[in-house]
Design a protein around this ligand. Structure first.
Ligand SMILES: Nc1ncnc2c1ncn2[C@@H]1O[C@H](COP(=O)(O)OP(=O)(O)O)[C@@H](O)[C@H]1O
Ligand SMILES: [Mg+2]
Length: 170
C-alpha cells in the first residue's frame, strides 16, 4: 500500500452528489473482491444522496431508503451484492455482528458505510473514504484511497461534477 491520496471537488447541488456516486459505480463495478467504502460528514452532508446515485447507476430501481433505522439495506445489483449501512444509531461496535457484517466483508461485493467512525475496526479496513462536508451553501467532497487501483481511479476523477454533459449524463 502506498501513501493515501486525496482529491477534493465542489458539489453544486444534490444531482452532482448523485453523479459522484454514479462515477464511483462506473469505476468500481463489477465487484471481484470485497470493497469497503466509507462515507463521512455531518448530518445532511449528502452521504445517502451519494449512495443513492451509486445504487441507481448499478440498476437499482424503486425507492432507495436511507438505512437510518434498519442500519443496513442489502441490494443485489448487476455488479454484485451491495450492502448500504448507516451506523449513526449503532450503540456499540459489537452490534455489527448482528448485522452479519463479518460475513459479507469477506465476500466479493461493495459495502457502503455511512458513519464508519462508529466502528473503528471497519474504519481501519476502508478501501476508500469519501468525506462530504458543507460550510454555508458550499458543499464539498474529497475521496481518499491508497494503492495502485485507487491511484488509477483518482487520476480519472472529473475536474468538475457540475458539468452534466459527457459520460456522466444518464
Ligand atoms: N451538493 C449538494 N448541494 C445541495 N444539497 C445537497 C447536495 N447533496 C445533497 N444535498 C441534499 O442534502 C440533503 C441531505 O442529504 P443526505 O444525503 O440525506 O445527507 P446525509 O446522508 O449525509 O445525512 C438532501 O436533501 C439532499 O438532497
Ligand atoms: Mg444519511
Amino acid at each position: 500500500m502506498g501513501q493515501p491520496e486525496t482529491l477534493s471537488r465542489q458539489l453544486a447541488d444534490a444531482q452532482h452528489t448523485e453523479a459522484v456516486g454514479g462515477w464511483l459505480a462506473d469505476r468500481l463495478a463489477p465487484f471481484a473482491e470485497p470493497l469497503l467504502l466509507g462515507l463521512t460528514g455531518p448530518l445532511g452532508a449528502g452521504k445517502t444522496t451519494l449512495a443513492r446515485g451509486l445504487l441507481r447507476a448499478l440498476g437499482v430501481g424503486g425507492r432507495i431508503k436511507s438505512p437510518t433505522y434498519t442500519l443496513i439495506e442489502p441490494y443485489e445489483t448487476m455488479a454484485g451484492p451491495v450492502h448500504h449501512l448507516d451506523l449513526y444509531r449503532l450503540a456499540e461496535p459489537g452490534e455489527l455482528e448482528f448485522l452479519g457484517l463479518p460475513d459479507f466483508l469477506e465476500e466479493p461485493g461493495l459495502v457502503l458505510v455511512e458513519w464508519p467512525e462508529k466502528a473503528p475496526l471497519l474504519m481501519k479496513r476502508l478501501n476508500y473514504l469519501v468525506a462530504l462536508d458543507y460550510s454555508g451553501e458550499q458543499r464539498t467532497m474529497s475521496i481518499t484511497g491508497s494503492g495502485k487501483a485507487a491511484t488509477r481511479m483518482l487520476a480519472s476523477l472529473p475536474t468538475s461534477f457540475s458539468d452534466q454533459s459527457g459520460p456522466l449524463s444518464r
